[in-house]
Design a protein around this ligand. Structure first.
Ligand code: MN
Length: 231
């Protein structure tokens, strides 16, 4: 096939203990999936059905090693959201919760970086919040750990610090909608495909960062990621 222009690079993630890499197809994100975070965003954390939004695959930054990310344009409130990331290895639609984890290839630590001012402005005006969430380098993601190697973690400490100071600390056991439930629900809206990622939502403690800050996120058993905000 002859392409008229150069094809954009395929975003990929490192896989723990493997030479091969994981190609990223789409990035789905779950909104308000920890009760304490829903409350800090001014919403009722009752178990309403999960809602989803997306980031372009090109927003993924390989954070297997510490990464530098420039402070984005058009914001003065650039916030961190530390999240458990699920990688889909086997596609499917209308997937039952009982077999949903069979579709999971592995897990990683990720950051859903957010231009909070743009997001909330759009939300409150009833407009799409794309530019608050879906922008270049808004999804740094660490090394993927295969489910066949580590199993399916149901509880693990999830933390984020900025310049060594704790900001977010919770446990993935506190997900309102579990990984299996997120996979199942999402597959009712969209046929899942191998290479899809699901960012499962962030716990409370989201806050702004500025140029010069160093963010360090960790999920017990999945390692850590480090991101420096540059000017
Ligand atoms: Mn998020």
């Amino acid at each position: 096939m002859k392409l008229a222009i150069d094809a954009p690079p395929l975003p990929t993630l490192a896989i723990a203990g493997r030479d091969e890499r994981f190609p990223v197809h789409r990035v789905f994100c779950v909104g308000r999936n920890y009760a304490a975070h829903a409350r800090e965003m001014g919403k009722d954390p009752d178990r309403e059905p999960p809602f989803f939004f997306m980031k372009p695959a090109a927003a993924v930054v390989d954070a297997a090693r510490p990464v530098a990310v420039p402070y984005p344009s058009k914001t003065t409130n650039y916030q961190h959201e530390i999240e458990l990331v699920v990688a889909i290895g086997r596609g499917g639609r209308d997937i039952p919760v009982a077999t949903a984890l069979d579709h999971v290839y592995g897990y990683a630590v990720g950051l859903d970086m957010t231009r909070r001012d743009l997001q909330l402005q759009a939300r409150d005006q009833g407009r799409p919040w794309e530019f608050g969430k879906s922008f270049a380098m808004s999804a740094p993601i660490g090394v993927l750990h295969r489910a066949q190697d580590i199993g399916h973690p149901a509880s693990a400490a999830i933390t984020l610090s900025v310049n060594g100071q704790p900001r977010q600390a919770s446990d993935i056991a506190k997900l309102i909608w579990s990984v299996a439930e997120c996979v199942a629900q999402l597959s009712d809206y969209e046929t899942l495909q191998p290479g899809d990622l699901i960012m499962t939502g962030t716990p409370e403690g989201v806050k702004a960062v500025v140029a010069g800050d160093t963010l360090r996120g960790e999920i017990a058993g999945l390692g850590s990621i480090e991101m420096r905000v540059t000017g």
